[in-house]
Design a protein around this ligand. Structure first.
Ligand SMILES: [Zn+2]
Length: 375
């Protein structure tokens, strides 16, 4: 059958029409930082406020009497939070970018976009003889902490992720999720298994965290909930003390330094709930944790602190009519958004964190700071 000239023309036009990009091209790290010289830090504390965009910080600031510990940071940058398959990242792809320097698909835990396990900064630190720790206000198997020690195709695989923690090199952890360790479909008791490998593990049923005694000669774990811990406003009170305990413990372990990841997990949940008070109480508590880490770093002089978020949540805004002591909030969504995310750095190597860069560059910069990447 003879092709009609009109059909031929339409086909030709379709073939020549420029394609819209289906993925973004990841900018490679520009190297204006190459000329920066600094004394390498011995320790890194990476603090992630999940869902903490500029408005969350702003609301916390004004509802805390116009002051935050974050104001003490002199080096501030911005990162691009998108994932490999979506302009809007989730916490798994966001944390994998920080932990492994790979853009990956939403839901991936410590895998690159092709599904291959990506080595994490925590694993590198461990291989270098450093001590490692995690303190969170979610379950310890939740997406953000999981991306530092686990490699799984989906963030929902909580029991597999718990299995990954049980064989990881993490020395100290505090968070929820006990049931993924001791009431599993496969009937293994990972808590018993970990105790057999040098851990002392306690939980919220046996001892309040604030009364727990920590044996510095053993590995330490504490479960703060069976699944997800309570919001701060409903009585969760372990977070700031756990950050202090982590610093005491990790700094006592050896002279090779430590890597600690701290997450204020529930700023994000306030955003999903479109609940401004929830965001603010979580944000202020996260800032108190920042204060504890700053005090340690100022005294120690060898600790680099990085504070950032994986993404913003809620399209949160502070509306006209807000006053010094109350905020009229607005939300554009109950999901995450794509807005640029601030990065605050303090301590040796802080100069590396100015500028506007990919979220994956935070991994590169931490590696460079620790001397794992020579420039
Ligand atoms: Zn979220």
């Amino acid at each position: 059958m003879k092709k009609s000239p009109i059909l031929f023309l339409l086909l030709l036009m379709a073939a020549c029409h420029p394609k819209q990009p289906t993925t973004l091209e990841e900018a490679t790290l520009p190297e204006p930082t190459d000329s920066i010289s600094f004394t390498p830090p011995k320790n890194i504390v990476l603090m992630i406020g999940d869902g903490m965009g500029l408005t969350q910080i702003t609301a916390g600031l004004y509802m805390n009497g116009n002051k935050l510990n974050l104001e003490q940071f002199q080096y501030i940058g911005l990162h691009k939070s998108y994932s490999s398959n979506d302009l809007i990242t989730d916490s798994a792809a966001g944390a994998t970018a920080f932990a492994s320097g790979k853009k990956t698909y939403n839901g991936a835990i410590g895998l690159d976009a092709g599904g291959k396990p990506a080595k994490t900064i925590l694993e590198e630190a461990e291989a270098a003889g450093m001590s490692t720790g995690l303190v969170v206000t979610s379950s310890i198997t939740h997406a953000t902490p999981a991306c530092f020690y686990a490699h799984e195709r989906d963030r929902g695989l909580m029991e597999q992720i718990a299995g990954d923690l049980s064989i990881s090199g993490v020395d100290f952890f505090v968070g929820g999720g006990k049931k993924y360790f001791d009431r599993r479909l496969d009937e293994r008791n990972l808590i018993k298994e970990m105790e057999g490998k040098g851990f002392v593990i306690s939980n919220f049923i046996d001892t309040d965290f604030n009364n727990v005694s920590i044996d510095f000669n053993k590995k330490f774990g504490y479960f703060t909930a069976d699944a997800e811990p309570l919001p701060k406003s409903q009585g969760r009170d372990y977070f700031v003390q756990a950050c202090q305990s982590a610093l005491n413990y990790l700094s006592s372990q050896n002279d090779k330094g430590f890597f600690l990841m701290i997450e204020g997990s529930q700023i994000d949940w306030g955003g999903h709930a479109n609940n401004s008070d929830y965001i603010i109480s979580e944000m202020i508590e996260f800032d108190q944790a920042i204060g504890v880490v700053l005090d340690f770093a100022k005294q120690d002089g060898e600790t680099l602190i990085i504070v950032t978020a994986d993404h913003e949540t809620g399209g949160y805004a502070i509306n006209p009519g807000s006053t010094w002591d109350s905020i009229i909030p607005a939300f554009t969504t109950d999901k995450h958004t794509a807005v640029l995310i601030p990065v605050f750095a303090f301590g040796p190597g802080q100069e590396l964190f100015g500028g506007l860069y990919e979220n994956t560059a935070i991994f590169d910069k931490m590696n460079r700071a620790l001397g794992f990447i020579k420039s």
